[in-house]
Structures are given as structure tokens and as C-alpha cells.
Design a protein around this ligand. Structure first.
Ligand code: G16
Length: 534
């Protein structure tokens, strides 16, 4: 084995670079990633062996990042993000200084983690539409072949589709667990489409929704999903679907563009009050928006999706006679203050705040029976505990109204991709809720008013010097910076601002909100100036 790894590793030399597993795996300029992907392949096989041969997923994507970037992340057996304790092991292999050192570190992990290497490793993987994807897949398969892992290449998929497949495969033959679904891309469409059709039965058609697919993998996959549902029930217009022009990925379009610019993607020609949505490059995030009759732009971001979903699920659970299920919402520091107030005061639901990164939110959400988690940037889903699954499956309704609510709740569970934020499943979730409530985007938007806010990206010499605490709401280092931010924030009514190092881009992000638009912008500029001095 050692000789095979050394031989294969020679083709994938490590550049002079320190690698770290960030918010969502390793992510950087694609030309730096060859050795990283090779080594993450080795780790995927070890992870599978440590898990008794259960299938591990590996996704090659840089999601919302520019086309020149790429990345790699691992998916654990139930479709969740890699166990955080293994992120350090990924970094250990990625940073091994030579082929021999790599084997030494690999064998060190086998001993440290008590891995039985006679277990057959099973890995599945997929990639997004980036030009660098195929070469990175070649590096990956070299690693998997070197250690004799079984693997399946699923080609082009959205990230959440890969998460779905991993969970489906690992729940196929379990004694006490219902299989999550058929472990094929087709099975994904069939399951979600059936749930959507069920939930839309008897509901008035809401007119067309326009979806900007960021010129990424979401475009062909959304078209396939729409086909599976049927045009009579799901009227979608797909824009920004040029996946054969790699430079267009996430450029002037996509969820990140709309969230940070707070304006329409230029390609959008939606009419007033029409529902519009934008996905990101690997379709794991979604934001909605619309233009009012006076042309003003309104963003319906992850916070608005979370509040919509939480209020709908809370009502449905109660109507189904399952009021004992504990429902909660998980947010990050980026959540608009008005959304948090709305959830706690109007909806009467608990809110938990975690650091940025789906891995943190997901973990916190699983502590509730129904955990609704969304980052403001549109990344989120709903998780159901085992107790919730079994209560929803086995409850006997006591009235026709309860029976209807229960049927809808069961279909909703099938509609939602519980494994991770999934833009396609979230799109349908929003469409269903709006149809059930008889709302357009304007009614949805009027549930509460966002505090004016601004999100900016600041390029700094070394983002690693920015160390945050308190769910990333305060900076511990560099010394003195937080005091400067505090004193600036104190000058604005309803002011709030924080800065934190991005885990996916070489930059620091600054978020601000305040009572007035101009003040939120001014505060963001002021904090960005403080940060830029370092
Ligand atoms: C990834 C993570 C998200 C996170 C985003 C930005 O999203 O999955 O949880 O919000 O990065 O993270 P950061 O602010 O650390 O750069 P994606 O859609 O890029 O995979």
C-alpha cells in the first residue's frame, strides 16, 4: 500500500503552500489543488474504513467563488458535512511535506484512529461545472485506486444531490431506518417531484417563477426537476444557464451577487411583483427577490426563508396534532436583527446563534425535533429528529383536518433535503408555502421589515490574524480592533456590525445594520476602513 501511495503521489506534488480545511472544505485557486484533492481522496477512503465501509461522499466545487477557484469537501455517511474532528486529519495529509511524509502521516492516522484497513472503503463523488473539475477528478481517482477503494463517479451534480445520494446509499439496508430514497439522480427528482405534486394538489397556480442559476450546475438540474414535476404544476423560467461558458459562472449573477449587491442580476427581466430567485454555483443556496410596482428592489434572503418555513411548519405541526414537537430556528451573526425579533416575539420560537458554516448550523438544528436553519446568504434546510420522524409517520389523526395536515407534513418531510441546504428543494418549499398561504412576494416580505444592512468584502494582507469569538460577533485579535468597532457602532441608532475572516475567500467580511439605509452603509464603510489597516 505504502509503495502504491508513493508512486501515485509522485504525479501530484505539493506546492509550497499551507492548506487548511475552511468553512466548507479546501477552497482556493484551482491550480493549487491537485495534491490536496489526491490527499483528500486518501482520507475519504480512511473515513469510510473507520465507518465500517459506509459510503463517504466527496464533492469537487468552489460553490459561489470565482470560476478560477475550485475546492473539495467530504460528506459523512448520513449526508452531513465531515465530522469536524476529521478536518484536522485532512489538513495533516494536505500539508505533508513529501510523498514519504504523506505515507508516514497516513499510517499515523491509521494507528491513531484505530482504522481496520482490511475493511473495503466505498467513496462516491461528483463535481460542478468548473473547467478545472476533470483534472481534479483524475487526481482523486489516482488516490482511490492506490488504496484499493471502491468508487463511483456521478459526474456533474449539485452539491446537495451528492449529499442526498450518500444518505440514500447508507440507509438502503438498515434494520430500523427507512431508506432515504432511491440512490440515483433520477430517484432524487422522483422523490421531490412526487412530494411537490402532493403538496400543490388543489392549490391555485401562482404564475411563473424566474430562477437565475448562476450559469452553474443548478441550471440543467433544475430543468430536469421541472420536467419531473410537470409544467402544469411548476412554471419556472430558467435564466443564466450558460454552463458551457465557464467564465460566466457566478459572474454578475447568482445568490451571492444578489445578496451582496442588493439588486437584480442584469440578465433578469422579471416584471413587477414577479417572484425571482437566484442559486449559487453548486445550487446549495437560494435567495428570492422581487421588484415593486415603483421599481424598488426587495430581497427575500435566507432569514426571510427561515421565518416563512418556521411559521408554516409550526402551524402544520400543530394542525396535525403534534404540538409536542419542539421547533427551533438556527441563525448566524449575519441574521438581520428584525428577523430574530420576529422569530422570538411574533412566532414565539427559540433562536440559536452559531458561527458561520452549515456544519455549525446543521449540528445545532438537530437538537430540535424540527430545526429550521438558514444563513442569511440563503444556505439552509430543515432537520427532523428521529422522534419527529417516527411521530409524523405513526401519528393517528383525530379529525379530517388533522389528517390533511398530517398528509401535508409527511409530504413536506419528503420535499425537504434534510442532509444539507439544497437550493432546488428550498425553491419548491418556498413555492409550496406561498401557494398554501395564497401569498405573493410582497405579502411574504411584509411579515417584518429588515433593518437596512450591508455586507462588504475587504481584502487584507493576512486574514488569519483576525480571530473571532462569541459566534463570530466579536474580534479577539488583532488587539484593539473590536474596541474601535464598538465605538463606531455606538454612534448609530440600532447599529450593529462585526468583522470576521472568510473561510472560503481570501478576505474579511464586514456586516453592518442600522436604523437608516445611509447609516448602515456608512457604518460598513467605517468598519471596513478599520479592518483594512491590518
Ligand atoms: C460556504 C458555506 C456556508 C458559508 C459560505 C461563506 O457556502 O457552506 O455555510 O456561509 O461558505 O462562508 P465564509 O463567509 O466563511 O466565506 P458555499 O455556498 O460557498 O459553499
Amino acid at each position: 500500500m505504502a509503495a502504491a501511495i508513493i508512486e501515485a503521489s509522485k504525479k501530484h506534488p505539493k506546492p509550497d503552500q499551507v492548506f487548511s480545511y475552511g468553512t466548507a472544505g479546501f477552497r482556493m485557486k484551482a491550480f493549487l489543488l491537485d495534491s490536496v484533492v489526491f490527499r483528500v481522496g486518501l482520507l475519504a477512503a480512511l473515513r469510510s474504513q473507520r465507518q465500517g465501509g459506509r459510503t463517504i461522499g466527496l464533492m469537487i466545487t468552489a460553490s459561489h467563488n470565482v470560476p478560477e477557484d475550485n475546492g473539495v469537501k467530504l460528506v459523512d455517511p448520513m449526508g452531513e458535512m465531515l465530522d469536524e474532528r476529521w478536518e484536522a486529519h485532512a489538513a495533516t495529509l494536505a500539508n505533508a511535506s513529501s510523498d514519504e511524509d504523506l505515507v508516514a502521516k497516513y499510517e499515523g492516522l491509521i494507528t491513531e484512529l484505530k482504522i481496520n484497513t482490511s475493511v473495503q472503503a466505498n467513496v462516491i463523488f461528483a463535481k460542478d461545472t468548473r473547467e478545472s473539475g476533470p483534472a481534479l477528478v483524475a487526481a482523486l481517482t489516482d488516490a482511490l485506486n492506490a488504496v484499493g477503494a471502491n468508487f463511483t463517479d456521478y459526474g456533474l451534480l449539485t452539491t446537495p444531490q451528492l449529499h442526498y445520494l450518500v444518505r440514500c446509499i447508507n440507509t438502503q439496508n438498515l434494520p430500523d431506518t427507512k431508506p432515504y430514497g432511491e440512490p440515483t439522480e433520477e430517484g432524487y427528482y422522483t422523490k421531490i417531484a412526487a412530494a411537490y405534486r402532493k403538496l400543490m394538489q388543489g392549490k391555485p397556480r401562482q404564475g411563473q417563477v424566474t430562477v437565475d442559476c448562476a450559469n452553474g450546475v443548478g441550471a440543467p438540474k433544475l430543468k430536469a426537476l421541472a420536467e419531473a414535476i410537470g409544467k402544469d404544476i411548476f412554471d419556472v423560467k430558467v435564466i443564466n444557464d450558460a454552463i458551457d461558458v465557464p467564465s460566466k459562472l457566478n459572474s454578475q449573477c447568482g445568490a451571492d451577487f444578489v445578496k451582496t449587491q442588493q439588486r437584480l442580476p442584469p440578465a433578469s427581466q422579471a416584471s413587477a411583483l414577479a417572484r425571482c430567485a437566484s442559486l449559487d454555483g453548486d445550487a446549495d443556496r437560494i435567495v428570492y427577490y422581487f421588484c415593486d410596482s415603483d421599481g424598488s428592489f426587495h430581497l427575500l434572503d435566507g432569514d426571510k426563508i427561515a421565518t416563512l418555513a418556521a411559521s408554516f411548519i409550526a402551524d402544520l405541526v400543530k394542525a396535525a396534532g403534534l404540538a409536542d414537537l419542539r421547533i427551533g430556528v438556527v441563525q448566524t451573526a449575519y441574521a438581520n436583527g428584525s428577523s430574530t425579533a420576529y422569530i422570538t416575539k411574533t412566532l414565539g420560537l427559540p433562536v440559536v446563534c452559531t458561527p458561520t458554516g452549515v456544519k455549525h448550523l446543521h449540528h445545532a438544528a438537530t437538537k430540535f425535533d424540527c430545526g429550521v436553519y438558514f444563513e442569511a446568504n440563503g444556505h439552509g434546510t430543515v432537520t427532523f429528529s428521529l422522534a419527529a420522524h417516527s411521530a409524523i409517520a405513526s401519528h393517528s389523526p383525530e379529525s379530517p383536518a388533522q389528517a390533511t395536515a398530517l398528509e401535508n407534513l409527511r409530504a413536506l418531510v419528503d420535499l425537504i433535503n434534510e442532509t444539507v441546504g439544497d437550493a432546488l428543494s428550498d425553491l419548491l418549499l418556498v413555492e409550496v408555502i406561498l401557494a398554501h398561504k395564497g401569498w405573493g412576494p410582497k405579502e411574504w416580505n411584509s411579515t417584518y421589515t429588515d433593518l437596512p444592512n450591508r455586507l462588504v468584502r475587504v481584502e487584507v494582507k493576512d486574514r488569519s490574524v483576525f480571530k473571532a469569538t462569541d459566534a463570530e460577533r466579536r474580534l479577539l485579535e488583532p488587539t484593539g480592533v473590536q474596541e474601535k468597532i464598538d465605538s463606531l457602532v455606538g454612534k448609530y441608532k440600532q447599529g450593529r456590525s462585526f468583522a470576521r475572516a472568510s473561510g472560503t475567500e481570501d478576505a474579511v467580511r464586514v456586516y453592518s445594520e442600522a436604523g437608516e439605509r445611509a447609516e448602515a452603509d456608512e457604518l460598513a464603510r467605517g468598519v471596513a476602513d478599520i479592518v483594512a489597516q491590518f
